[in-house]
Design a protein around this ligand. Structure first.
Ligand code: HEC
Ligand code: HEC
Ligand code: HEC
Ligand code: HEC
Ligand code: HEC
Ligand code: HEC
Length: 352
């Protein structure tokens, strides 16, 4: 090795000598730059980058060319959630059901009311029901409220799967005076013309809970136990006629009065329209008979308003039951057996 370095040193000395010896005249001017050489071969692939957070891939799971959001929005724009207009009920005690922000606030706190009045109120929208933009992945389609619901009136806990989401809002508010207990007779004073279960009694009737259960013979229809996910199964079944009913219209009936059979066919292969009409006619007849009696007592007007005054607990309970079935709006379909018993027992109780 030593010899090799010695050899290199000698060569360098020789070259230096040649350089000095060959030195003749001045160096000429620098010539023009030569043409660019050909493109070199492609280099090897670089290492993969770290997984992006909130990156383009997960955004496009939802915001991609699949038009998922657009399709659901298109249906939702034909829903009463979007069209109903009552989202301006933005005071804290109303906003928990009537505004998107108030609902998320109350679900987080577990209280019955939102923590404050809601500025810039929004109706029920994608963010109300889905965990949009929490993780920025498809997992955000998860529902915002999935736990079983303890009803405000009656205190029963009900578990109807994905329908629990709906039940949080589609249940009666606590009335004042409180719902009386059958068998406990007292005089009660009604002060509001709106006395009754506040408008969305559907969840309570579906479960057969939170009414004035006077008399005996109460039984739920098969829907209560057999229809998994309750509301979602019937109201969010595959759409019919484009977006007349079903899916994110949340409608089970078209504006023209046609029942969307897609959520019913597994159990009612045919004839569901007639079945609904028969059940509704029967329940309407009972509602009419009870209405006549309540008006005769003077506790309700022919327009269905409560009349402030002092009444027996049976009369107040019967008024509550009337509004419970009336405001449910399915005219019995949600839980026909329970609705019929409730109405006929109320009629009998007023006669006693
Ligand atoms: C789980 C599905 C989902 C994912 C994943 C998702 N988004 Fe969204 N995004 C939505 C929905 C639903 C809306 C509301 C659409 C509407 O109201 O019309 C929305 C709305 C938006 C809006 C409109 C403004 C707003 O906030 O309402 C923007 C901007 C947006 N997303 C950007 C993104 C970006 C950027 C990502 C990825 C980092 C992303 N989104 C990931 C579902 C998703
Ligand atoms: C945040 C509370 C809330 C949730 C959650 C909710 N709703 Fe509603 N829903 C309302 C309110 C309030 C209205 C009345 C809207 C209006 O008139 O502005 C309504 C209206 C409706 C209507 C139309 C009623 C009519 O008079 O025609 C249907 C049907 C309905 N909801 C079904 C559902 C179903 C099914 C679910 C569950 C998938 C659900 N809702 C979840 C609050 C809610
Ligand atoms: C437990 C949830 C809940 C709360 C709290 C609530 N609402 Fe509602 N409200 C509903 C639902 C659900 C509907 C729609 C019922 C339907 O159409 O079947 C509704 C409907 C209404 C309607 C329309 C009634 C009609 O006949 O068309 C008015 C007005 C209204 N609410 C006012 C209020 C006011 C005012 C408050 C506060 C004092 C309030 N709501 C609190 C759930 C609620
Ligand atoms: C009132 C509550 C409610 C609102 C408002 C709502 N959704 Fe939904 N959404 C649901 C429920 C409940 C389901 C589950 C339906 C089922 O199980 O059949 C669902 C399912 C979906 C799915 C299918 C998710 C999956 O896991 O495959 C998409 C996509 C979706 N919704 C998008 C939207 C968009 C976009 C909006 C706003 C325009 C919206 N939703 C508004 C309640 C709602
Ligand atoms: C077995 C199927 C079925 C189930 C389960 C069901 N519904 Fe209904 N619902 C109906 C039918 C049918 C009507 C009556 C439609 C008509 O004649 O207008 C109705 C009526 C309604 C209405 C009145 C407005 C309308 O669309 O006519 C509301 C609001 C409603 N249901 C909400 C709910 C909620 C909330 C749940 C869950 C607690 C629920 N429904 C469960 C079938 C169902
Ligand atoms: C999981 C099965 C199931 C589904 C889904 C279902 N039903 Fe039913 N339904 C039944 C059964 C079982 C009965 C008869 C026994 C009972 O009512 O207890 C019934 C009875 C009825 C009745 C007669 C109630 C009476 O006693 O007067 C009507 C009306 C009705 N269903 C409508 C509907 C409509 C409308 C849908 C779809 C939107 C639907 N059902 C979805 C199982 C189902």
């Amino acid at each position: 090795m030593k010899n090799f370095y010695l050899f290199l040193l000698k060569c360098a000395a020789i070259l230096l000598v040649i350089g000095l010896v060959s030195c003749e005249g001045d160096i000429g001017q620098t010539g023009p730059a030569g043409p660019a050489g050909p493109t070199g071969a492609q280099g090897p692939q670089g290492v993969a980058g770290a997984d992006g957070q909130n990156g383009a891939t997960t955004c496009s799971d939802c915001h991609g060319s699949n038009q998922l959001i657009t399709a659901k929005s298109f249906q939702w724009e034909n829903s009463i959630h979007y069209l109903g207009g009552h989202f301006e009920r933005n005071q804290a005690r109303c906003a928990g059901c009537h505004t998107s922000q108030g609902f998320l606030d109350r679900i987080a706190s577990g209280e019955m009311a939102a923590s404050q009045d809601i500025e810039d109120p929004l109706p029920q929208n994608c963010y109300t029901c889905h965990q949009i933009h929490q993780t920025y992945t498809e997992a955000d389609w998860a529902l915002t409220a999935q736990d079983p619901v303890t009803l405000w009136v009656g205190g029963e806990t009900v578990d109807v799967g994905r329908g629990n989401l709906c039940l949080n809002c589609h249940q009666p508010r606590v009335p004042s005076p409180a719902l009386p207990t059958p068998g406990v007779d007292e005089m009660l004073e009604i002060t509001s013309t709106r006395y009754g279960p506040h408008h969305g009694a559907q969840g309570a009737l579906f479960a057969g809970e939170g009414a004035y259960e006077v008399g005996t013979g109460y039984e739920n229809s098969a829907h209560t136990t057999a229809v998994a996910h309750a509301c979602v199964t019937c109201h969010m079944a595959a759409t019919i006629d484009g977006r007349d009913a079903g899916g994110h219209t949340f409608r089970v009936e078209t504006e023209g009065g046609e029942i969307n059979p897609n959520g019913c066919v597994v159990c009612h292969p045919t004839g569901v329209q007639e079945l609904v009409e028969t059940t509704q006619a029967g329940v309407e007849a009972l509602l009419d008979s009870l209405s006549v009696k309540l008006q005769a007592i003077g506790i309700m007007t022919d327009a269905g308003r409560s009349v402030p005054g002092t009444y027996t607990s049976t009369q107040v309970g019967a008024l509550y039951n009337y509004k419970y079935v009336e405001e449910d709006q399915s005219r019995g379909v949600h839980n026909a057996k329970y609705a019929r018993t409730l109405l006929s027992n109320s009629i009998t109780a007023l006669d006693e």
